[in-house]
Ligand binder design. Structure first.
Ligand code: FCB
Length: 457
């Protein structure tokens, strides 16, 4: 047992929001029901070879039909908030034009159910499921998608703004841009650096426009932000080349998004590095992107230790494994102090008015014991160690207001399909039966007390 786990009482602020998260394509299923259009994830997962075991989100956790049972389970876990995403092609099957009322109705039912259970809804407008019709017109590389996103955002605010008071625009623009358009691992599966950079600019622009649209609609109760995956980057050695590589990786993954949002410019060193790959930026874009937000959502999973690697063409580096460190099944280093590092840095360098941890969690193998209990002790330790780092940051003045564990249940983990399990609730893939894991029970007790009750066993 590590020393820092020997904590018996550590209080979080009374009004701190403890929640959990999921996203539309990852849990809803019902991929072609009630008028929903195809998204790029329908197309991508239906193409053999893109997803582990050729899994798809066609059924996922069938949350579309089982949302009542799921909200009941969330209430059982004592969740105070639930972060979900709205499927754009469920609301606008063609991505624009005619609204699908049946799609909106699903989210009306979900939001009402959450509110009845005393769970605050946090809605994400875009968690990766672009309508396929818009992809056919160029997707996020086409500037028209920004305008279409703005229209979609205003339809959704109009429908739910009276009851949903926490909004986020885009989930993880870095992952969408580079995972989907440069590494080709995620939908739409492209491998082109220039496209990826253009996409990153359009996503940021879409974010800024959507913030402005919500503000114009004028409900002061609604708070809006963006969700970034932020990664502390450390050099593999003391050598100058590795230091430069680490600073470049930081520019690529963190500052490329933080600087335009908070400081109103793209980082100079990265503009120089990307050279003629720099995206087309029109006058006024940066002002739109840097429209003030109410909070920053941070998804934190791991750090990266990098070394210079000139033959990698986009960024000239590669991550290396850290000897002696523990890794999750996703092959991500367990590095709780990185959460503290990121939070302190945000406070010192970017001063966001507020922060939520919008995702943090871990993929570990979950096996039932002889009594059928999923004894996921590693997940409990992981969460406890990260909560401690969040607590440290709060004590040093970071305006952290809430924490969403990824994920509320085992779900479709993108290119890994159902082979990766992050949930607080176990989902049997044969029967779709749900079973609260030990980590879920631990989290429930933790939330009820707002404090640690002892060591993780
Ligand atoms: C994040 C995604 C989320 C989930 C976790 C493990 O990048 O936002 O949907 O896949 O990783």
């Amino acid at each position: 047992m590590k020393a820092e786990r020997l904590v018996t009482s550590l209080r979080f602020p009374e009004d701190f929001l403890w929640g959990s998260a999921a996203s539309a394509y990852q849990i809803e299923g019902a991929h072609n029901e009630d008028g929903k259009g195809d998204s790029i994830w329908d197309q991508f997962s239906h193409t053999p070879g893109n997803v582990a075991n050729n899994d798809t989100g066609d059924v996922a956790c069938d949350h579309y039909h089982r949302y009542r049972e799921d909200v009941e389970l969330m209430a059982f876990l004592s969740l105070q908030a639930y972060r979900f995403s709205i499927s754009w092609p469920r609301v606008l099957p063609q991505g624009k034009g005619e609204v699908n009322q049946a799609g909106l109705d699903f989210y009306h039912r979900l939001v009402d159910e959450l509110l009845d259970a005393g769970i605050a809804p946090m809605a994400t407008l875009y968690m990766w499921d672009l309508p396929q019709t818009l992809q056919d017109e160029g997707g996020w590389a086409n500037r028209d998608t920004v305008k279409n996103f703005q229209d979609y955002a205003s339809i959704v605010y109009q429908a739910f703004g009276d009851r949903v008071h926490l909004w986020s625009t885009i989930n993880e623009p870095w992952v969408i841009s580079f995972g989907g358009h440069y590494y080709g691992l995620l939908a739409p599966g492209m491998k082109d650096a220039e496209t990826a950079l253009q996409v990153s600019h359009h996503l940021l622009l879409a974010h800024g426009q959507a913030v402005q649209t919500l503000r114009e609609m004028g409900d002061k109760r609604c708070k809006i932000g963006i969700v970034l995956n932020l990664t502390p980057i450390h050099p593999a050695s003391e050598g100058a080349e590795d230091h430069e590589a680490a600073s470049r990786a930081d520019g690529y993954m963190n500052r490329w998004f933080l600087d335009p949002i908070f400081a109103g410019n793209y980082p100079e060193d990265m503009l120089t590095w990307f050279g003629d790959k720099v995206p087309a930026i029109e006058p006024g874009d940066i002002e739109t992107i840097s429209t003030g937000i109410d909070y920053l959502g941070v998804n934190y999973y791991t750090r990266l230790v990098v070394e210079a690697f000139p033959s990698e063409t986009l960024i000239g580096l590669r991550p290396i494994p850290v000897e002696g460190s523990e890794y999750t099944e996703t092959n991500w280093e367990v590095f709780p102090q990185g959460l503290y590092e990121i939070l302190i840095r945000l406070m010192n360098e970017y001063q966001p008015p507020a922060i939520y941890i919008t995702e943090n969690g871990a993929n570990f193998p979950d096996e039932a014991d002889e009594t059928g209990q999923i004894n996921d002790v590693k997940r409990i330790e992981f969460l406890q160690d990260h909560f401690l780092q969040a607590h440290r940051a709060i004590e040093e003045g970071v305006p952290l207001l809430g924490y969403f564990v990824w994920s509320v249940m085992d779900l479709f983990e993108w290119d890994s399909g159902y082979s990766h399990r992050y949930g607080l609730i176990y989902v049997n893939r044969e029967t779709l039966e749900r079973k609260v894991k030990r980590s879920g029970l631990w989290y429930k007790q933790f939330i009820q007390q707002q404090m640690f009750m002892g060591e993780a066993q």
